[in-house]
Design a binder for this molecule. Structure first.
Ligand SMILES: Cc1cc2nc3c(=O)[nH]c(=O)nc-3n(C[C@H](O)[C@H](O)[C@H](O)COP(=O)(O)O)c2cc1C
Length: 407
């Protein structure tokens, strides 16, 4: 692997306040620790009534601080040191009370004191009853924090501890984890770079019910989007139907057909740094899509096809005129003569890099979580990668684009 994940080696200070959602914070702390983050926890006195510091110490292997430590005998100023050493102060769950205190500079617990002293970004995940959340006091306090640059995540709508349904539930741990990943990636080596990535298999309608599509899952494209985001890039993800979670931070454009994908790509590429065409775009489309469902009892349909627009050809025209996207990467899914066919495609489509994958291998290609590719560059450099996860393949491709952009 060429680069590390945005989590590895990072320090997160996890603030936990007096909410029933405290138990979820332990799960989050565990996931972050497993991802390579050093997680130190600060519990408010109310949080200690819900969960023990020992829980956090056990899952993180790090100290969990409580208010007693503020007045302890360790001979140094705890709150200042904690606040200065962190990459992120995350308060999850964050009570209405702690939101109010931080908004007004009140510093009467180790956590609120640390928040006042911290110089790192602060992320807050409010969790409370719906009435407490919608109360103008809480809303105005959150506005104050937003204006000061705090990252506010959630809350979400759902069932709360009271049994009522409303807006106030803490954002799900997986979503918080993904947003933390995004926050830690800011100012990465690709910040200020704009990557456009296409993913999934296009669908060409035969009638209102049926489509002509392909086996692409979108996994490689989504992994590319994640890998670019992990290095701080701005990512536009143009996705044909794919049943995958959208990477946090990606701007998503959902399309169905090759024509729609072309339009989305052409409107995204002006000024862009890289276009990675990982989507499997249909080569043919029915000349006409039937307005009504084609009936079985009307006999076998005769469907005439025409070529879909060639997206890479149009991109090459645009690049020849404007210089954008600076780097264009194509994919070649081949079942024979992998390198030869891919090299030819790279030349025909004026690509800077082509990623060739052998779709005959069950561990590689469409639906698999792994991929085995050969990366060929227009400079003549050819690298055959071993079987890797699609994320690792993505990291390697992003690395090569990064090198091209720095030249
Ligand atoms: C069972 C129980 C559940 C509570 N859940 C929440 C909650 O989800 N969100 C919230 O803002 N306050 C909640 N509270 C109230 C806070 O714990 C209380 O306002 C406390 O002063 C918060 O202190 P802290 O912000 O220093 O942690 C709850 C209280 C109790 C007794």
């Amino acid at each position: 692997m060429t680069t590390t994940s945005p989590f590895s080696g990072k320090n997160i200070l996890l603030g936990v306040t007096g909410s029933i959602a405290c138990y979820k914070a332990a799960d989050l702390a565990s996931k972050l620790t497993q991802a390579g983050v050093k997680v130190q926890t600060i519990l408010t006195p109310s949080a200690e009534k819900f969960i023990s510091p020992l829980t956090f110490q056990s899952v993180t292997g790090q100290r969990a601080f409580v208010d007693k430590d503020l007045w302890g005998n360790e001979g140094h100023i705890q709150h200042i040191g904690l606040g200065l050493g962190a990459d992120l102060l995350l308060i999850a769950p964050c009570s209405a009370n702690t939101i109010a205190k931080i908004a007004h500079g009140i510093a009467d617990t180790l956590l609120t004191l640390t928040a006042l002293a911290a110089r790192c970004p602060i992320m807050i995940a409010p969790a409370m009853d719906g009435g407490m959340f919608s109360n103008p006091a809480t809303q105005e306090n959150l506005d104050i924090l937003r204006k000061r640059g705090f990252i506010i995540m959630g809350p979400i709508e759902g069932r709360m501890a009271s049994g009522m349904i409303g807006l106030g539930r803490m954002m799900e741990v997986t979503d918080l984890y993904n947003h933390i990943r995004l926050a830690l990636s800011q100012n990465g080596p690709l910040s200020n770079r704009h990557f456009i990535i296409t993913a999934g298999g296009t669908q060409e309608p035969l009638d209102p019910v049926r489509v002509l599509s392909n086996r692409s899952s979108g996994k490689q494209g989504y992994a590319l989007a994640q890998a670019a985001l992990d290095q701080g890039a701005r990512v536009t993800l143009i996705s044909a139907p794919a049943n995958l979670p959208i990477p946090a931070g990606a701007v998503i454009f959902n399309v169905n057909t090759a024509k729609e994908m072309l339009q989305a790509v052409l409107s995204a590429i002006p000024g862009s740094d890289a276009l990675i065409m990982a989507a499997a775009v249909a080569d043919f489309q029915p000349i006409r899509s039937a307005r009504q469902k084609i009936k079985k009892d009307q006999g076998l349909p005769e469907i005439k096809f025409e070529y879909t627009p060639d997206i890479l050809e149009k991109v090459a025209d645009f690049k020849a005129k404007t210089g954008f996207p600076r780097v264009v990467v194509g994919f070649a899914a081949e079942s024979q003569d992998l390198v030869k066919n891919a090299q030819q495609k790279m030349i025909n489509k004026h690509l800077d890099i082509i990623v060739a994958n052998d779709i005959t291998s069950p561990l590689s290609g469409f639906t698999a979580d792994t991929n085995q590719v050969t990366i060929i560059e227009s400079t003549g450099v050819l690298e055959e990668l071993p079987l890797l996860s699609k994320y690792e393949v993505a990291q390697t491709i992003i690395e090569k684009i990064k090198q091209r952009l720095s030249q």
